[in-house]
Design a binder for this molecule. Structure first.
Ligand code: AMP
Length: 220
């Protein structure tokens, strides 16, 4: 299955992407993760991306399309893929179309998770990630047993530099302006699946699976 997972920052894409990846055995491709990894390695691209990420701006389309073209050419994508955080602009969606057309591939569905903005601000600003093992926590909804310490490996918990309120508000505005129009773009092609993300994680996942079963002819 070739899938896109869409939704504003903090909507729970990362968690749902992990569930989908495990259920359907397709690789999750997150442009945000790729940029953060590049920043950790200190590559030129990573440092350039980090400057933009830290202020809630999008990385330019040509750079983002370039890394996606390379990633989709890797062997593990032959059996399908789940794009998380890409495309984020109409220009990226058009670039994706041409990449897929070159390989005679097409999209099966676009999953769009929806949550009201005021809830997203609370969700984003409370996110904490273990600096050692990457486990995710939330100060309010999933607090660690000991403040600022990972329950699994006792590593220090960190807040992503783009999860501060000012940046989150900016990212939501950019999402509304540049990424939300993609819902019409994909709805016109009959690919869009809207999912209520304001419910328990397992209920969000149940709705995703049910909708995919209805919308694709492939065995799931
Ligand atoms: P995410 O992990 O998906 O929330 O992405 C974190 C940040 O990475 C975003 O706020 C952008 O700065 C950058 N980014 C991720 N994906 C894209 C994309 N498709 N286009 C442009 N910038 C992106």
């Amino acid at each position: 299955m070739n899938l896109i997972l869409m939704g504003p920052p903090g909507v729970g894409k990362g968690t749902q992407a992990e569930y989908i990846e495990r259920k359907y055995w397709i690789p999750r491709i997150s442009t945000g993760e790729m940029f953060r990894a590049a920043a950790r390695f200190g590559t030129e691209l990573g440092l350039q991306a980090k400057q933009l990420m830290d202020v809630g701006q999008l990385v330019p389309d040509d750079i983002t399309n370039g890394i996606m073209r390379c990633r989709l050419a890797e062997r593990d994508c032959a059996k399908g893929f789940l794009l998380d955080g890409f495309p984020r602009t109409i220009a990226q969606a058009e670039a994706l179309d041409s990449i897929l057309a070159e390989w005679n591939k097409s999209l099966d569905a676009v999953i769009n998770i929806e949550v009201p903005d005021d809830i997203l601000i609370v969700r984003n600003c409370g996110r904490r990630t273990c600096s050692q093992c990457g486990a995710n926590f939330h100060t309010q909804f999933n607090p660690p047993l000991v403040e600022n310490q990972c329950d699994i490996c006792e590593g220090e918990l960190q807040q992503r530099s783009d999860d501060v309120e000012e940046t989150v508000v900016k990212k939501l505005a950019i999402y509304a302006e540049q990424t939300k129009p993609l819902t019409d773009f994909y709805a016109q092609r009959g690919l869009l699946i809207n999912i209520n993300g304001n419910q328990k994680l397992e209920d969000v996942f149940r709705d995703i699976v049910r909708s995919l079963e209805k919308s694709t002819t492939k065995e799931v």
